[in-house]
Design a protein around this ligand. Structure first.
Ligand code: BES
Ligand code: ZN
Length: 614
């Protein structure tokens, strides 16, 4: 088997020998063939005198020709064998030359099955007239779009020229600087002048419209949902300004949002200049905009300071959740910040329960040798990571001490990639420079970073906002529904916020006991759950129904599963159906019929959840 890198277990690239320093894409899209064709120009710097090749990642790419442009000669290249989901190692010869700098032009085309691209036919869009294409490259799918050093340890600027049919708009994770009309289409040009890891390259093509929602922000979507989108995300500029007050200046120029079709596999993706979001955030009442706060926070944590490889993913996500909650805490109240943390703790507890408390994947720093990042993905780095940061913040004396430290950390490591040791060393240098006894001496780094299971310490969160949910849950839990009238009415819950209802449903779901269908029918009425538009509410409600083995709800679940691709919803629902004997075969049949319409990563993970590949 081809060796993976000693620096990154998810990549073949050897940037320490020869490093890609710049990327220039030139591609044209074919919706008929579901491919991109063209070339990429990579600037390469030889770092090790003794090397005479540069090693890249690729996945299902058809490479046609490689040329060294300074010398104007074709160079030899070799594509290695396929290594599972990691793709193929691409080795390109570096011809002898007086300089250590090379300019390689790689002519290639992508595969219709590229794992990082989702091709939608017109009938899968809202407008039904035009096809649509979007990318999702994190963690390691950029290699299915371009040959590159697909490791977050390498950061480069990029530019791109993309030609597309005239009726469509091309967007990328960059600044769009000009569009030219061609006789048979349009040419779009993009520049990303801040160095980024390959997983942050992103592209979407469709019949897209935009609305201005702030001085540096537009929201993009198909016209059918553009007004709803503009309403939902109207507070983006406030969130950006709050994030800047916490983290420092926003360096990316613009902050646009793109609302994708429902098959988008995540809630949000922090593509620079252009956050991608799922349309399941369109609740109609701005109740799910914490996802936008989260993606905004990534502008510092992840995009400016990047994890060196995905074993240190908590440095991206744990920090981001921590900042996301600080943003919400300032825009709303500190109680709200703690309430969100409390909800996160419920997710974390369930995740540890599901994985098992001794599972190595419950460590903050994980071992990804031989394990694909898509298989290791869980809420652990998010919630255990943010809990650790809360703990560190308390240990050093609270936000007034910790926030300036964070700004210094971002400023020191901006445009770079870091691992956990870099962070730890920086922290210790700031807070106990001479190693003498002080308030941070007692921190058990080893237990936090390399211990399994729940965090060693849970902060004392303010629980006030969640109290109404706890009371309701216990009232309804002890209600004898066959003998007594309901202990509450719709009037009693009218003033509850969406998050309080979400938390209530989470508590019901996590109860040991299973509520009867009679009881659930009352709950459905009291909370008007059947027509609720909030996808977080819907997820928990449908899971409660499945837990109660409420058969009528199976078709409701299946139809939602065929509509949305967001893994946060699809995976638990499929797992629940799988766990219920009477629903298992329906789930499997439904998945098999719908699989082609799902993005690779969703289909790949659900297939495992349904044990179809064993
Ligand atoms: N960067 C992640 C999404 C991601 C992670 C994609 C790993 C591929 C591999 C994004 O910022 C994220 O965390 N999204 C969450 C938002 C939530 C935590 C507020 C999501 O999709 O639900
Ligand atoms: Zn994130």
């Amino acid at each position: 088997m081809e060796a993976l890198s000693p620096l990154d277990p998810s990549s073949f690239a050897r940037p320490e020998l020869a490093l890609v320093t710049d990327i220039e894409l030139n591609l044209s899209v074919s919706f008929e063939k579901k491919i991109f064709t063209g070339f990429v120009i990579l600037k390469v710097q030889k770092l090790d005198e003794s090397t005479n090749e540069v090693i890249l990642d690729s996945k299902d790419l058809a490479i046609q020709k490689v040329t060294e442009l300074d010398l104007n000669i074709d160079v030899k290249y070799e594509i290695g064998e396929q290594v599972g989901e990691f793709g193929q190692k691409l080795t390109i010869e570096l011809p002898s030359k007086s300089s250590k700098n090379y300019v390689l032009k790689i002519e290639y085309e992508t595969s219709p099955n590229a794992s990082g691209l989702q091709w939608l036919s017109p009938d899968q869009t809202s407008g039904k007239k035009h096809p649509y294409l979007f990318s999702q490259f994190q963690a390691v799918h950029a290699r299915s779009f371009l040959p590159c050093q697909d490791t977050p340890g390498v950061k480069t600027k990029y530019s791109a020229t993309i030609s597309a049919p005239a009726q469509l708009t091309v967007l990328m994770s960059a600044i769009r600087d000009h569009i030219r009309e061609l006789h048979d289409g349009k040419l779009f040009h993009f520049v990303q002048d801040v160095p980024i890891p390959s997983y942050l390259i992103a592209i979407a093509i469709g019949a897209l419209e935009s609305r201005k929602i702030g001085p540096r922000s537009h929201v993009w979507a198909e016209k059918e949902i553009i007004e709803e989108s503009a309403f939902e995300f109207a507070n983006t500029e406030h969130q950006l300004q709050t994030a800047e007050a916490i983290c420092g200046p926003y360096v990316w120029g613009i902050y646009d949002l793109l609302v994708l079709p429902p098959s988008f596999p995540y809630g949000g993706m922090e593509n620079p200049c252009l956050t991608f979001v799922t349309p399941t955030l369109l609740a109609g009442d701005r109740s799910l905009v914490n996802v936008v706060a989260h993606e905004i926070a990534h502008s510092w944590t992840g995009n400016l300071v990047t994890n060196k490889n995905f074993e240190h993913f908590w440095l991206n996500e744990g920090f981001t959740v921590f900042i996301e909650r600080k943003i919400l805490g300032r825009l709303l109240t500190p109680q709200e910040q703690d309430f969100q943390a409390l909800e996160g703790l419920a997710d974390l507890t369930n995740c540890v329960k599901r994985l098992g408390k001794d599972n190595p994947l419950t460590k903050l720093v994980v071992d990804l040798k031989g394990l694909h990042p898509d298989d290791a993905f869980s809420t652990i780095p998010y919630e255990k990571g943010q809990t650790f940061l809360r703990y560190l913040e308390e240990a050093v004396g609270g936000p007034s001490v910790f926030e300036p430290f964070l700004r210094k950390y971002f400023d020191t490591y901006k445009f770079k990639s870091v691992d956990t040791t870099d962070f730890k060393t920086f922290f210790i240098k700031e807070f106990c420079p001479c190693g003498k006894d002080n308030k941070v001496k007692h921190i058990d780094w080893d237990l936090w970073l390399h211990g399994t299971g729940l965090p060693p310490h849970i902060p004392d969160y303010d629980t006030i906002i969640g109290e109404v949910s706890v009371q309701l849950c216990s009232k309804l839990s002890s209600w004898n529904e066959t003998a007594e009238p309901p202990p509450i009415t719709a009037e009693d819950v009218k003033s509850m916020s969406a998050s309080q209802i979400i938390y209530f449903l989470q508590l019901v779901l996590d109860e040991q006991s299973v509520w009867s269908i009679i009881k659930l029918k009352e709950v459905e009425k009291i909370f008007s759950l059947a027509k609720n538009k909030n996808s977080e509410i819907k997820l928990r409600w449908l899971r409660i129904c499945l837990k109660a083995k409420w058969e009528e709800k199976i078709p409701v679940v299946l139809s939602w599963l065929n509509e949305v691709g967001r893994m946060k919803y699809v995976r638990p629902l499929y797992r629940d159906l799988y766990g219920w004997e009477a629903a298992r075969s329906k789930a499997i049949d439904n998945f098999k019929a719908n699989k082609r319409c799902m993005m690779h990563v969703s289909a790949y993970t659900v297939e495992k959840d349904l044990h179809l590949n064993e």
